[in-house]
Ligand binder design. Structure first.
Ligand SMILES: Nc1ncnc2c1ncn2[C@@H]1O[C@H](COP(=O)(O)OP(=O)(O)O)[C@@H](O)[C@H]1O
Ligand SMILES: [Mg+2]
Length: 276
């Protein structure tokens, strides 16, 4: 559903992402995991047709994000890092407005807005001004605007950033509830978030920033889906650096190894581990 090949983006001399490649299958919820500055937002802006890449290609639902951007836009919902909500609008009219911009007819809009308010648990604040809502509720409204057109693909940029622990739990369970109906890619710098929210704990890593000859950070894109237990040993040498990269959640987050994640909920891997 999402296919990224050798994606590179330069901001002047800075390589924000360098040769990132990964794929996401239909219906999966996948974490895009990396520390601050790893290029998560840059990748998501490219996937959502917000800006072009310097080189490489990205396809969403089979359409190229650069040459077929209108087709892509029709099929995605995007929650940017800083949610662009109109603080002087009320929740329900705002969602109706977003749905109208996305080309949904009036009667269909009414149904969709009611449905997403139910799914995002914001029906009780539908007549409140967005600017007066708590950050947790504003984030729910942000997710509601991303799903109001019932998109195939959802791109969520750090959806739990800046929320308190209770709000984080609520937003994570909301995202989990979107699985199956939508293909979801969400960025995060918190490793345990991946195991809590994503399908089989699946994460894609931009693999950490390194200084480039030009002085800017560069990173090598890698696909880390579904490793078998035997790969753990081969990975061991690189794990210490990677663990440094993924400990961005701070001291409050339990330490987990990247290699532990994909095994969750995968019977064949669990069985292999038990046998070993
Ligand atoms: N508009 C921009 N102009 C110049 N540099 C940028 C811009 N946006 C991001 N960068 C740089 O690109 C790198 C990746 O940024 P970003 O994609 O925001 O990472 P993340 O979302 O993982 O924190 C960082 O070094 C950042 O400073
Ligand atoms: Mg970011």
């Amino acid at each position: 559903m999402i296919e990224v090949r050798n994606l590179t983006k330069h901001y002047g001399p800075i390589a924000a992402i360098n040769n990132v490649s990964f794929g996401v299958e239909r219906g999966e919820v996948v974490g895009f995991l990396g520390p601050n500055g790893a290029g998560k937002s840059t990748t998501m802006r490219i996937l959502s047709c917000f800006m072009p890449a310097s080189s490489g290609s990205a396809k969403v639902a089979g359409y190229d994000v650069f040459s077929q951007s209108m087709e892509v836009r029709r099929r995605i919902g995007y929650l940017p890092e800083n949610v662009p909500l109109y603080s002087d609008m009320r929740v329900a009219p705002y969602l109706d407005f977003v749905a109208e911009v996305k080309g949904i007819g009036r009667s269909e809009r009414r149904r969709r807005v009611a449905e997403v308010m139910d799914r995002c648990l914001i029906a009780d604040v539908q007549n409140r001004l967005i600017g007066r809502l708590s950050k947790g509720y504003r984030q729910r409204v942000g997710i509601a605007q991303a799903i109001v057109s019932d998109p195939e693909v959802l791109i969520l940029d750090e959806p739990t950033l800046g929320l308190d622990p209770k709000q984080i739990t609520e937003i994570r369970s909301l995202i989990k509830s979107l699985a199956g109906r939508h293909t979801v890619i969400l960025s995060t710098h918190i490793l345990p978030e991946v195991s809590m929210v994503c399908s089989a704990g699946r994460a894609v890593l931009p693999d950490g920033a390194r200084p480039s000859p030009g002085g800017g950070p560069t990173r090598r894109g890698q696909r880390r889906d579904r490793p078998d237990p035997g790969r753990a040993a081969r990975r061991a040498a690189g794990d210490e650096r990677r663990r440094r990269d993924v400990r961005g959640g701070g001291p409050a987050e339990p330490r987990r190894e990247v290699g532990d994640l994909p095994a969750r909920g995968r019977p064949e891997v669990d069985a292999a581990r038990t046998a070993a």
